[in-house]
Design a protein around this ligand. Structure first.
Ligand SMILES: [Zn+2]
Length: 294
């Protein structure tokens, strides 16, 4: 995740990239971080965050993050769901050494593994089932050892999903179909988890984007840098995570259903915010002197 891109404010810990705006090349500064988000719960629960140091790879920072998360929250989860970038020997072996399985998107960089899997799948009949508005065909096989350096044989899943779409054009419903292709590799054997459960878990990879980053950026100021300082940025992100989990817990677990029916989560947040403003309270830290620049 890239936090707080800016063309003006920056510090020695910023990453930077060149962007083109109206034909002009400009330097944009930003901070990068990796976030561990708990899936499989009705609440969106970010567990922890680790900033990526300038010039550092994302997966290196993620291993640092995961070490802490396993130590603190290890008993709450058995596997991590990650993007294709993480399907590499050091990360997979690291997770296995810490007693955690991995479900990773399988992309083109693993050509040999892809070819092996596709060769086998072309000879096999898929499992087929119906989801709301989509038909899923799923092929799976385990025991792949074509990923160099990975100590556990991998299981590969390939899903072909035909989505039925309906859109209104000139007062009529137009029905169309879109086909999506998904490939995943995992250390979870078939004896531990059925393919359909795995398919569902793998798709939850997008929860962190939708339920966390998008919601927090749109409604909770994750797109606004109140103070451009590495410590302030980290503390703001972590404080926002705590506030978000507390707000959801209050909304889903404390409010009575009749009261909840009258407010969305964002509506409750607005009411709390208004409550603060009404009583003229100023934040206790607003009287402290500003931190010196780096
Ligand atoms: Zn910076």
């Amino acid at each position: 995740m890239n936090f707080f891109p800016s063309r003006h404010r920056h510090c020695p810990q910023c990453s930077q990239r060149t962007i083109t705006v109206k034909g002009q090349k400009l330097v944009e500064y930003y901070h990068r971080g990796v976030v561990c988000h708990f899936i499989g719960s009705a609440l969106a629960v970010p567990l922890d965050e680790e900033m990526i140091r300038p010039g550092e790879g994302e997966v290196v920072a993620a291993r640092r993050l995961l070490e802490r998360v396993v130590r603190t929250y290890g008993r709450f989860f058995q596997a991590v769901v990650v993007d294709g970038l993480y399907l590499e020997a050091p990360f997979i072996n690291f997770c296995q050494e810490h007693g955690k399985h991995v479900i990773a998107v399988l992309k083109g960089q693993h050509r040999v593994l892809l070819q092996d899997a596709q060769g086998l799948f072309s000879q096999m009949a898929p499992q087929v089932w119906q989801e709301p508005r989509r038909t899923v065909m799923l092929w799976e096989e385990e025991g792949f050892e074509s990923c160099e350096g990975i100590s556990t044989p991998l299981r590969v899943l390939y899903a072909q999903e035909i989505e039925n779409k309906r859109s209104g054009v000139a007062g009529k419903w137009i029905h169309t179909q879109e086909t999506h292709h998904w490939l995943w590799a995992t250390t979870i054997p078939a004896s531990l988890m059925h393919a359909r459960q795995l398919w569902e878990a793998a798709h939850r990879r997008w929860d962190i984007e939708n339920d966390l980053f998008n919601t927090l950026s749109t409604h909770f100021s994750l797109d606004h840098c109140f103070r451009h300082h590495p410590t302030a940025i980290l503390n703001f992100i972590l404080t926002l995570f705590i506030a978000y989990v507390l707000l959801q817990s209050f909304y889903h677990r404390n409010l009575k259903p009749q009261r909840r029916a009258g407010f969305t989560l964002i509506g409750v947040a607005s009411q709390l915010y208004l409550g603060l403003a009404e009583y003229g309270l100023s934040a206790p830290w607003s009287q402290y002197p500003r931190a010196p620049p780096l």
